[in-house]
Design a protein around this ligand. Structure first.
Ligand code: FAD
Length: 264
């Protein structure tokens, strides 16, 4: 058994205080990633600070061209939210593709973005839409937030409180799921924003990244044909038992084209 203390936080302030005074403590939201990690003895936190039920971290609001989603909001809530479906249908669609019903009813957007699994779906939307990750300490632009394999700009005691998504003119997500796990072998989120086209790729590389050469080509002509001949360095893609680097590099182009075909 683990010698750990489970604490169901009553407020964000209490959770923040516990983390600040216990360097080995960990926040738990849906537990969908953290609990399997504990079962495999890959982490040994002194405290599990459960923020999953905090009302101040839950909920979805749309105002002034921004959709704000509380960090403890479940994937299912995002997938079925009339507000998200209306303002950013591609984001609701992306949430509906995560895992299975059990995972979608427990896993949270904050947990996914904090964990930054290289094959997770939400990071593609956060980066593709140029969202802002808000924590109990500061606001972090998506372009500065994701820093590679399971790495983010968060410090050890920082808690994601909400994500602010600017509503795009049009957006779409196309995912090629791993047939067993459902995680993205490659997922591409394309958004036509006030500041131009953004193309974010998950699953293919060691972390979510913007395919800037594609953004440049699509800026002149936002059609799939514009991607012909646009370079993507296979050497920078992941390689494992499921797919070679070259396969993944090709899949990025295929998924980007599929996303472009359903931009709305
Ligand atoms: C069978 C299965 C299939 C899955 N398939 C997919 C898939 O297809 N696509 C996909 O994207 N994901 C998938 N997932 C992952 C799932 O989306 C998780 O919900 C998500 O990765 C973590 O969210 P959580 O709320 O469960 O976080 P937890 O497991 O509670 O925490 C994960 C990590 O984030 C930290 N954390 C949690 N919340 C916060 C916060 N607010 N601030 C700071 N740190 C925080 C924790 O300390 C921990 O380190 C799958 C998971 C499982 C078990």
């Amino acid at each position: 058994m683990y010698a750990t203390h489970y604490v169901k936080a009553k407020s964000l302030a209490e959770a923040a205080k516990l983390l600040a005074s216990n360097p080995e403590a960990k926040v738990m939201a849906g537990g969908m990633t953290l609990v399997p990690t504990l079962k495999q003895r890959l982490a040994k936190p002194s405290h599990l600070v459960d923020i999953g039920a905090l009302a101040e971290l839950r909920g979805i609001a749309a105002k002034g061209g921004t959709v704000t989603i509380g960090a403890a909001t479940k994937h299912h809530e995002v997938a079925t939210s009339p507000l998200v479906r209306k303002a950013i249908p591609a984001l609701a669609y992306l949430a509906s593709l995560i895992g299975d019903p059990q995972v979608r009813n427990l896993g949270t957007i904050g947990g996914s973005v904090a964990n930054n699994d290289p094959a997770a779906d939400y990071p593609a939307a956060v980066l593709g839409l140029g969202a802002t990750v808000v924590t109990n300490k500061r606001q972090i632009a998506a372009d500065d937030y994701f820093q590679g394999l399971f790495t983010t700009a968060l410090d050890e005691s920082e808690i994601v409180t909400r994500i602010e998504f600017p509503v795009p003119k049009r957006a779409a997500y196309a995912k090629f799921p791993h047939p067993a796990s459902g995680y993205a072998m490659t997922g591409v989120f394309v958004a036509q924003t006030a500041n131009g086209i953004r193309v974010a790729v998950t699953g293919a590389g060691p972390g979510v990244f913007r395919w800037k050469a594609a953004e440049k080509a699509l800026g002149k002509n936002p059609k799939a044909a514009a991607l012909e001949g646009v370079a993507l360095d296979a050497a920078e893609m992941n390689e494992d038992i499921h797919a070679t680097r070259e396969y993944r590099a090709n899949l990025v182009r295929v998924m980007a084209k599929r996303a472009l075909a359903k931009l709305r």
